[in-house]
Unconditional design. Structure first.
Length: 387
């Protein structure tokens, strides 16, 4: 049995009753409760609070899986750790796995939680935490007053697109096994895995100004959902080539021939689409015999090379297939993909895409181009019953 625990208290010092303060039209805690309720792996949700006002607010939502329970005043004190609440809960309730969800992360979605439980089920993982990838150069103070870089060499400063970056906890959720929680008295332990969430989910609500920042991000997200409300089953899957099916690198052999690196997992994903009667296509600004040969091997239905206006090509394909753009999924990585990502039903991008592309994509793969990102985007469509 999988349970979710959302600890909230009324005694917040920075923002009184912040957990039920309105954001984007609803009390803050509503959003994480909604994500937990829509997660297909969570059987029951427990909101632990010592405050009657919070209890009343939560019960008015009428989420079927949710139940409000009383936490002790000791566990609700200013000095109590979240682990105290979790251990107190573990003493009183039966479960196999528990996901700790922070109410201060309203950008959390059911998809994020689904990925967390799938990682635990399908891999040798004891605990999972949510993270964001940040391409930041980290420095540390040392005793003589100077600073020292922690994750790069100042004499060989990498370009942003070549920099692996760091994984940072965003505090949205933590999943662990009950026996590990009791044994180690920690929200995560053992063999730990991570689920990457979009970079803007780095923000948590701790200070009053955070409400403004996160509410803006939520409104942007909701505007994308409005565009996606009429999505039907995907009938056509399209992708850029360089930077999506490949790593975007330019490899030249000793005899001057160009070489491209493709990923076999992407090929398998495209095969799965064919078996589901979904047409596939590559739209690229490049003109290359290598791309042509790869498309033949993958049995791609539509190969469009040397294309400047990708949007027009997509419109033409929709007309030919007698479908709407809402029945199209597309994977891109750069500014020439913006128009298509914005017009189709499901616009996806690779993890190392340009920031302007990430800002409008419906789904950002945790994988970079040429590393299985296209396969991951295909899996995203299957997970969400869009194929």
């Amino acid at each position: 049995m999988n349970v979710a625990l959302i600890p909230v208290r009324g005694g917040s010092k920075s923002i009184p009753y912040k957990n039920i303060k309105y954001i984007n039209g609803k009390p803050l805690i509503f959003w994480t409760l909604k994500a937990a309720s829509e997660c297909k792996y969570i059987d029951a949700i427990y909101v632990a609070t010592e405050d009657s006002k919070i209890k009343k607010t939560v019960e008015e939502f009428h989420f079927k899986k949710a139940k409000v329970i009383t936490r002790s005043h000791e566990s609700a004190s200013d000095t109590a750790s979240t682990e105290i609440v979790m251990l107190e809960f573990a003493e009183q309730y039966d479960f196999d796995n528990i996901v700790l969800i922070q109410a201060t992360s309203p950008l959390l979605t059911a998809l994020d939680l689904n990925q967390g439980f799938e990682k635990m089920c399908n891999q040798n993982i004891d605990s999972v935490l949510s993270v964001v990838e940040q391409k930041r150069f980290i420095w540390k103070n040392i005793k003589d007053g100077s600073v020292k870089p922690q994750n790069y060499d100042v004499y060989y400063r990498p370009r942003r697109q070549d920099f692996e970056g760091v994984l940072v906890e965003n505090g949205a959720f933590y999943i662990t096994k009950k026996d590990f929680l009791i044994k180690y008295k920690s929200r995560i332990s053992g063999n730990i895995g991570a689920v990457r969430m979009p970079e803007n989910t780095y923000f948590e609500i701790d200070e009053p100004e955070d409400f403004t920042i996160i509410e803006t991000l939520m409104k942007i997200r909701d505007s994308k959902k409005v565009r996606s409300t009429n999505i039907q089953k995907i009938k056509l899957f399209l992708t850029d080539c360089d930077g999506c099916l490949t790593d975007g690198g330019m490899y030249i052999s000793d005899n001057g021939c160009e070489i491209k690196k493709f990923n076999a997992q992407d090929g398998k994903g495209l095969q799965l689409l064919r078996e589901s009667d979904v047409k596939t296509g590559i739209i690229t600004g490049e003109t290359s015999n290598l791309i042509n040969e790869r498309a033949k091997k993958l049995k791609i239905d539509y190969l469009k090379m040397g294309i400047v206006d990708k949007k027009s090509i997509v419109c033409d394909l929709c007309e030919e297939m007698k479908i709407t753009p809402n029945q199209v999924a597309y994977v891109g990585d750069d500014i020439n993909d913006l128009e298509v990502i914005n017009m189709v039903g499901v616009g996806c991008c690779v993890n190392n895409a340009m920031e302007c592309v990430k800002n409008i994509a419906d789904y950002i793969s945790p994988y970079s181009g040429g590393s299985g990102a296209v396969r991951d985007c295909i899996e995203h469509l299957y997970r969400n019953n869009l194929i």
